[in-house]
Design a protein around this ligand. Sequence first.
Ligand SMILES: NC(=O)C1=CN([C@@H]2O[C@H](COP(=O)(O)OP(=O)(O)OC[C@H]3O[C@@H](n4cnc5c(N)ncnc54)[C@H](O)[C@@H]3O)[C@@H](O)[C@H]2O)C=CC1
Ligand SMILES: O=C([O-])CC(=O)C(=O)O
Length: 342
Amino acid sequence: MRSARVLAQTWKAVSESAAEFSTRAGKERKVAVLGAAGGIGQPLSLLMKMNPQVSQLSLYDVAGTRGVGADVSHINSRAQAKGFEGPDQLADALKGCDLVIIPAGVPRKPGMTRDDLFKINAGIVKGLVEACGKHCPGAILNIISNPVNSTVPIAAEALRKMGVYDKRKLMGVTTLDVVRAKTFYAEKLGLDVSQVDVPVVGGHAGITILPLFSQATPTMPSSTPADVIDALTKRTQDGGTEVVEAKAGKGSATLSMAYAAALFADACLRGMNGATATECTYVESEVTDLPFFATKVKLGTEGVETIHPIGSMSDYEKEAFAAMKPELAASIEKGFKFVREN
Ligand SMILES: NC(=O)C1=CN([C@@H]2O[C@H](COP(=O)(O)OP(=O)(O)OC[C@H]3O[C@@H](n4cnc5c(N)ncnc54)[C@H](O)[C@@H]3O)[C@@H](O)[C@H]2O)C=CC1
Ligand SMILES: O=C([O-])CC(=O)C(=O)O
């Protein structure tokens, strides 16, 4: 009992006031994790089992989810967790879902770019998203599988082809970039990280990741040297590579990613349940001339409610924004082309 209470309180503290929380925790919400037996999938399954907004939790993978499902299901929290294994069980995993989180696919090894994963992950994401379009067409989809800059456009086109695309319900998860930017900024300036916010816009690969330290809270001192801002920006952009190299062939970020995905999913559920939630996320957007772009987005009962503009940028950020556009445009087009041809 005590541990369940502590976990519930943790989520409450992370996300909202006690009164709001107790109202919404009672709503029935079914969530699926696709790729649940993987490096991200396992800790993410644990964190979603701890989220009291979840009433049913489907843990799907091509293999290994009988064990993960049995294991997680013994935790004494609200969600009824169940493992689903192999394509024959995918429909049952998805039926009735409100939110589907997709970390299925291969991760990077040292020396690879995220785009190098396209060959394998494009088909995996397309197949899983088509299953969502068929079995839970109204669900909100959180795409984690890389390259996010292309897998989200793939998901959009696949759903559009099926006639079930709703742009409010498709989001690329870029929360880890925000988590990193907050951590590195707080460390560098000696701040309490719980009081820090840093918006991150663009996409989720290298120079397409643009942390806006000029908009950080608390405000960056005007005396901050340019080389400090440049180093913070580059460390945020290369955060994924830092982990890939440290893991030396054993994959990429899993624990920090599961944390970030759980925060983002919690925000989606809060929005769905009528609370206020705003997060940076990569969505279909008219904020720039690119069809997909991450900025702060207000999440509501139907998913994306308001897409906020980029806001004012420093000259350094304006330059970085201009520099990322061709790469992001090419990654989006690559995703569209894949669906046209497959
Ligand atoms: N958006 C982001 O910020 C981040 C994205 N990622 C990406 O997340 C993905 C997963 O990473 P990890 O969990 O570390 O990899 P992993 O290899 O440990 O796990 C992936 C899981 O996906 C499963 N899978 C493969 N094909 C599937 C299918 N058709 N249906 C269901 N499950 C399937 C595998 O069986 C495996 O259990 C990678 O593409 C990685 O690049 C990783 C970190 C951050
Ligand atoms: O770097 C990778 O391959 C995984 C990822 O997207 C991240 O950690 O941001």
